[in-house]
Design a binder for this molecule. Sequence first.
Ligand code: TLP
Length: 344
Amino acid sequence: MKIADFRSDTVTKPTPNMRRAMAEAEVGDDVYGEDPTLAKLEARVAGLLDFPAALFVPTGSMGNQIALHLHAPRGSEVILEAKGHAFHYEMSAMASLSGLMPRPVASARGIPSAADVAPWIRPDVSYMARTAAIVLENTHNFAGGTVARREHVDPILELARARGLKVHLDGARLWNAAAALGVSEASLAAGFDSVMVCFSKGLRAPVGSALLGSVAFIHEARRVRKMFGGGMRQAGVLGAAALVALDEERARLVEDHARAKRLADRLAEIPGLCIDAATVETNIVIVGVDVDRFGPAPTLVAKLGSAGVKINAAGPCSVRLVTHADVDDTDVEHCVTAFRGLAG
Ligand code: TLP
């Protein structure tokens, strides 16, 4: 049976060009700062985002957690969007690794306004924890791949500056946001204290992310990466694939976006499925499910799996579908047919 895998853009396999580059990569021991391919990747990604420095990290989660560890002292609070990845899907790492208290703030499209955030910044009094940092996510995964524009981001950055807070951007899919808006990644990253980007999502590299910040911040980040167990040796074999990803895969993302839109439009026609079309701006589709018709989300996921369509639950009555380079229009048809079959 042919499998259509819409679980995530993380399931993509590296391209032949990536595998070739990995085989041929010049490498050295990166803990001694001797891997030329990683040095090249770090310079390249820092240039692309117009940041002073970058650090290759094994995962997006580690990139986010290193940033929080450095931005927020133990016992302080970090404001995050309520459906944000660093809050929901990083194993409570901010609490267990850095002693931080998450302060989740709900928002309409995964993009809190300054007015949403302001009331949660603690006053400077002796009987309350301090707020230290804010995390934004662009695109916002579980809001449906929504895109934060400058007009959304700037007021938050202004508020943070006024209140002395650091702002970290979880840009795991910043490439998608830039492609959707037709702007540079640098224009969306400007003004943040730190940014994390992933090579291993829609860009198809097998492993790796980068953390960006000032030279002093990245110097410290290198130490924290080692402390968190992420000091890697001949990691240029991974960096080589990431360099190919940056060169060859960013332009393709608009195809994933168009396919997600088509998928969302077709699924929205099926009784019992509910999609907020306005949120489908990139490669993620969140689908509300009528549980009386389809059963709870995990049941629906299992039934679709038996029909050769892999998806993930996003909540008790919602599921997530992600388009990427390894799904095509036939897979979209297969998926829509499988949903229709279950709708009765
Ligand atoms: N997201 C994964 C899952 O963990 C949910 C996915 O399939 O989408 N920030 C954002 C916005 C992410 O979506 C992810 C991964 C990460 C950080 C973490 O990246 P990794 O998996 O490399 O630690």
